[in-house]
Design a binder for this molecule. Structure first.
Ligand code: UD1
Ligand code: CA
Length: 457
């Protein structure tokens, strides 16, 4: 158990964005939320985020998942941590300090660093990594006995110190009391005139306490996002992690590099994900489904053995053994039953479709409650909008709707009714009736003169 303090008050100027940096997303989740969730997964019982730049934009995104401290002016990392003093004072044991822009950090790393910190009875443990190019980072200066002596910022480093490749990740484990003590002693005597959190190492050593470093192997984990290039790089790594997790759980992914799956998507075993598929947050897919090439699912709940090809499904549910597509568009708030066929160029919106119903091609069904085993002919349209209001249509079980039917809502089609092709239905059709609502065909014999005139160029 520990308290985690996440620094997220900075501007993020290099993102060139009207949004604060930490709410940019990687695989559907904000940078800072990745860090919050990671802290919790590692066992944090309290998480406090220090926010400042555009705090009003950041707050609503995170306030359900952590506590918030405000840093009005950005006077350095030490100053930022001071703003969370209330939480540091209340912390029972350790305080883990993290940055809000490092989405690739793994919870196992935090747990291991906390364990290392406790085992060594350190007052501070700095999480470090060895980089080929350490420029921009604070360097870990070790003494002749290899113990950590201090952290020196790039801007304050000597030529000799700049050659050090072990860097400060900006993440630390502190003994809570030691952190409180050290924060009281930090002064802004440095190249940037800031309160450096890194100074706590020297302060605690001077007070006779122990400082250590926990070096991690995978330097990706400490990657901080500063611009959109790094955002894309981090997302590529995260995407790979997510896809690999699904594959290890029994999901087949064809061309995984082309498949974008957001955090929190659930997929059952033996489901196949074809190339160029996008699965957005909140989507749940059952077992033995095929999500065909080019499909986009956003908050879609898909049951078992559903076959979807090149289609878009938004905030809707599709039950087992149904086929969707190619090129179907299921808009929000649809409930599609089992064994249904939603074929090519079919659009559904805010509708319930009963089991066994076939909507094979070129059809719009909106604001409709449709029963079981209904057959929609090609080109059926529910006319649900009069320019001001939307109305519902009701279609009974086992009815048969002829091709090119307009159902002008509000309207009711009785159970087992038949509609002749080309009908425009404006009135209720009773059970088992045949409705024909079109002008009768007239064939006329025309004169030779009429034909000659028509055919003249
Ligand atoms: C810091 C470390 C450096 C380390 C690097 C790792 C210090 C003095 N230096 O440098 O040793 O290698 O992180 O990325 O700590 N922040 C605030 N309020 C502030 C200043 C910063 O909330 O007043 C937040 C930023 O939003 C960011 C984090 O703290 O999330 C780190 O700040 P940043 O300015 O990027 O620190 P660096 O100079 O990179
Ligand atoms: Ca930084």
């Amino acid at each position: 158990m520990f308290t985690s303090v996440i620094l997220a008050a900075g501007m993020g100027t290099r993102m060139k964005s009207r949004m604060p940096k930490v709410i940019h997303r990687v695989c559907g989740k904000e940078l800072v939320r990745w860090v919050i969730d990671c802290s919790k997964a590692a066992g944090a019982d309290r998480v406090a985020a220090v926010i400042g730049h555009k705090a009003d934009t950041v707050r609503p995104i995170i306030e359900d998942s952590c506590e918030i401290a405000i840093q009005k002016e950005q006077k350095g990392t030490g100053h930022a941590v001071m703003q969370a003093m209330e939480y540091i004072k209340a912390a029972k044991d350790c305080v883990v300090v993290l940055n809000g822009d490092t989405p690739l950090l793994k919870s196992e790393t935090i747990s291991a660093a906390v364990e290392y910190h406790k085992k060594n009875e350190n007052a501070v443990t700095v999480i470090t990594a060895v980089l080929d190019d350490a420029s921009g980072y604070g360097r870990i200066v070790r003494g002749s006995d290899t113990n950590v002596v201090k952290i020196v910022e790039q801007k304050d480093a000597s030529e000799e110190e700049k050659k050090i490749r072990e860097v400060n990740s900006g993440m630390y484990v502190f003994d809570a009391k030691s952190l409180e003590y050290a924060l009281g002693k930090i002064e802004p005597n440095n190249a940037q005139g800031e309160y450096y959190l890194t100074d706590t190492v020297e302060i605690l050593l001077a007070a006779g306490k122990k400082a250590g470093a926990y070096a991690i192997c995978d330097s990706d984990e400490i990657r901080g996002i500063n611009d959109r290039v790094q955002l894309a790089e981090a997302e590529a790594i995260m995407r790979r992690r997510i896809n690999e997790k699904h594959m290890r759980n029994g999901v087949t992914i064809h061309i995984p590099e082309s498949v974008y799956i957001e955090d929190g998507v659930e997929i059952g075993a033996d489901t196949e994900i074809c190339p160029n598929v996008t699965l957005k947050a909140g989507t749940k897919i059952g077992e033995q489904c095929v999500i065909g090439t080019g499909s986009v699912l956003d908050r879609a709940i898909i049951h078992d053995r559903v076959d979807i090809l090149s289609s878009v499904i938004l905030s809707s549910q599709v039950k087992s053994d149904t086929t969707v597509g190619p090129f179907a568009y299921i808009r929000p708030n649809c409930n599609v039953g089992s064994d249904v066929k939603v074929g090519d160029f079919v659009e559904l919106k805010n509708s319930n479709i009963g089991d066994g119903t076939k909507i094979s091609h070129l059809t719009y069904v909106g604001d409709t409650d449709c029963g079981k085993n209904v057959n929609f002919g090609c080109g059926t349209v529910t006319v649900n909008y009069d320019g001001k209001k939307k109305y519902r249509s009701e279609i009974g079980d086992n009815s048969f709707i002829g091709c090119n039917t307009n159902l002008v809502s509000p309207v009711k089609v009785g159970e087992g009714a038949y509609i002749a092709a080309g009908s425009t239905i404006t009135e209720e059709i009773p059970k088992d009736n045949l409705a024909i609502a079109r002008a009768r065909q007239v064939n006329k014999q025309v004169s030779d003169e009429w034909l000659a005139k028509r055919r003249k160029k």
